[in-house]
Design a protein around this ligand. Sequence first.
Ligand code: BG6
Ligand code: MG
Length: 220
Amino acid sequence: MRKAGFIFDLDGVIVDTAKYHYLAWRKLANELGFEFTKEQNEMFKGVSRKRCLEILLDIGGVTATTEQFNRWLVEKNEDYLSYIEKMDESEILPDVNRVLSYLKSKDIPISLGSASKNAIPILEKVKLTDYFDTVVDGNHVTKAKPDPEVFLIAAKQLGVLAHNCVVFEDAIAGIEAANNANMVSIGIGDVQVLTEADYVFNNFTEMDASFLDRLIGKVN
Ligand code: BG6
Ligand code: MG
C-alpha cells in the first residue's frame, strides 16, 4: 500500500465558485419574494445542494411541496451551470497549480473530495483534471460533511490509509469531516473561523515547499 495521500476540496479551495452559487441562490430567493445576502451565503459553504435549499426556504419562511422543492433544486442548478459554462483557468485560485504540480513531482497520489455534483465539469473547465488520480464528489456519497465518508472513500480509492492523508478545506464542516476521518486537516481561509484545523493558511501563496515537505514527512 502507498503511504501518503493528499485530498483537495473543490469549491473555495481550488476555485472560487461560492460567488456563482450565491448568484444562483439569490435569483431563486428573489423569485420566491425574499432577499438572500452574501453573509447568509457563508452558511452554504461545504453544504449539500439539498440542505442549502432547505436553509434558503427557512430564511424566506417558504414551505414547499416535494415537487416544488425538486423543481427549485433543478432551477438553481441550471442557473449555476450557466456560470460554470464560462469558467476557465483564470479562475483557479492563486498557487493551486504550483502546489498540485509540486505534489505530483513528489509522486504523491491526489484526490478531489467535494460535496458538489458538478465537480467533474468544473475541473474540466479549469483544465485541472489530469492532476487527480481520483475524484470523489457529491454523486458518490450518502452522508454530507462533517461526516467523513467523502474523504474515507477518497483514501480508499487512492489506496492509502486514512491517517496517512492530508485534506485541504475551506469550510468548517469540511475540516470537521477531515478530523473525523483521522486525517491531517489544513484550513484554507480565516484562522478565526477554521479553528478546528491542524494548520490554517489564508491561501496557497502562503504555503511553501518546505511546509509541503514537512506534511509529506508527517503522513509518510
Ligand atoms: C460545496 C459548496 O462544495 O458543494 C456548496 O461549498 C455547494 O456551497 C455544494 O452547495 C453542492 O454543490 P453542487 O454543485 O452539487 O450544487
Ligand atoms: Mg469548499
